[in-house]
Design a protein around this ligand. Sequence first.
Ligand code: SF4
Length: 688
Amino acid sequence: MSDAIRTTCPYCGVGCGVRATPAGDRQLRIEGDPEHPANRGKLCSKGTHLGETVGLGGRLLHPMIGEKRASWDKALDLVVKRFNDTIARHGPESVAFYVSGQLLTEDYYVANKLMKGFIGTSNIDTNSRLCMSSAVAGHIRAFGEDVVSASYDDLDEADLFVLVGSNTAWCHPIVYQRIQATREKRGAKLVVIDPRRTETCEDADLHLAIRPGSDVALMNGLLAHCLRAGLVDEEYLAANVSIPQGFWDMIGQGSDLWSTARSCDVAPEQLLRFYELFAAHPRTVTLFSQGINQALRGTDQVNAVINVHLATNRIGKPGSAPFSITGQPNAMGGREVGGLASTLAAHMDFAPENVARVGRFWSAPRMATKPGLKAVDMFRAVEEGRIKAIWVMATNPAVSMPDANRVRDALAACPFVVVSDVMADTDTGRFAHVRLPAAAWAEKDGTVTNSERRISRQRQALPLPGEVKPDWWIIKEVAARMGWASAFAYGGPADIYREHARLTAYDNKGARMLDLRDHAAIGNPAYDAMEPVRWGERSFADGRFPTPDGKARLVSTVQAALADPLKDWPLTLNTGRYRDQWHTMTRTGLSPKLARHREEPLVEIHPGDAGRFGLEDGDIARVATPQGQSLFRVGISEGQRPGEIFTPIHWTDRQSTGGRTGLLPRPLTDPHSGQPGFKSTPAKVEKV
Ligand code: SF4
């Protein structure tokens, strides 16, 4: 029997270690890796059934120009010609890459380098924009750098877990299991803050079903209570934290118990119970996810959470931290190489000295000097004809972007669309002029970084089928054909990883915490054998932050006015994941066992609203918003707040005629991060 290959799960940001043992033709036996610190041998249902997803059914195995099979040379030459022609006629700002948290760090690095250093624009953004860019913006505002301030070890040492906007039991199951283990071992308490009563709430000590979008009021109210109760650490603040003028006045306004309870629409007794639990347990980890990030004031919500931890000195210590848990397997690696349009590379922004530094390091002929278009703005630019050539890698924006029908129309009208993907028929691929066959999980080789900043290897366990190639190879071949062969002369992912590591350390005199200098000369055998490693020590343990004055910053966050329901759109649509599906189901949809958990997309609705709109459990209902409409099976649920409905994000035209959540949300974004506010769209339902 073959030996097990140690690799990493390709789904969520927990980043569990997987042992994949080849067991016949295109077969893998999957087990959790007991030696991986993230999961210690455990896997959730999605990870467990990875073996069912590695067959070749539906795979894109050859380059395609239109519907015709083409050679790699022909397909790549066409991509280069059309991009070069577009740049020559309309300038570098007329082209874009839209990439993905599914890419490995090495893929991301090469794409970012090509766009920002050689093509000369920052129009490279990623589906991570839809996932955690508010956390990035919040970290930078508070800490000066996008540094996550917790690790999974903190989960073993906390006495109180506050989960905000996170159905952790479904979306980060192994993190949830660690939380539950700590509750059993230490008697730690669990508070869940979520408008919906999800599976995560079932065993919680307290569930606050707050009004959607009232998180800033809640956190400011908590901080006001901490101030009154003497929990604010004045000494720590004086030494380590900058406080903007008027901050405490801002916190004091409307933040008494009754006002906060009214703003959040929860009982004052419940709110007080939360405050008391927080006061009694200094070892608090506050985990936040898409309920915080995917909001029109997502960045303020992130900072309101961090403010509480900074002011009470619950950061940089065992079991005490705010903790952004990321959705995708390599959202963090993408952030580290600068895969967002708003960052340059290696956690640097576009300050002139950073542009000069990175330009020197890359010997770049044409450095981008300013941020590029963020996801929603990028597809708006495609719609308006300002972007005339776009390359989409490993993601499906025709389904996942808000107001997705508009994105489809934009792609349909775009003069040149390239899609690299593992699957032959994707919703986005249908608009492509050229499709490039990319390596799938278990065929790829490289690194990913999980939510706690741990870099792990994804290793190849299966041969590349057909003419499939790794993403980094495809991008470097395009770069070479554009005339930059020597700058992209990578023989394999280890070459790219070393260069990335060198860039993090290049002229970095302690200004940035991301510093992989220990890996800058890593040899190929050591790269192949690399054990999972978390970069940096415990963040902020010494009270120093990567800002010019070394201090963290409290950020003034004012609760935005929350609109009442509109006459024609009396409900608010919230969206999210199911336990056993991932993104647009291109991979999890291949597993019959995973499909059994939820076979259809439901619109979940409170019994009172169901009665109001004449709906019964199991009916088919049309969910409509000003952007579009789609059909869903009705699921009546006491866990929904009155006035709120919930639909899952996964289904596309390829699986069903309904359940198209992506076309419903507004394409409105947070002003700091550009992250869409998926969690609150005015909507209505009617029986069909
Ligand atoms: Fe994979 Fe996330 Fe499940 Fe771990 S928790 S097995 S990383 S999906």
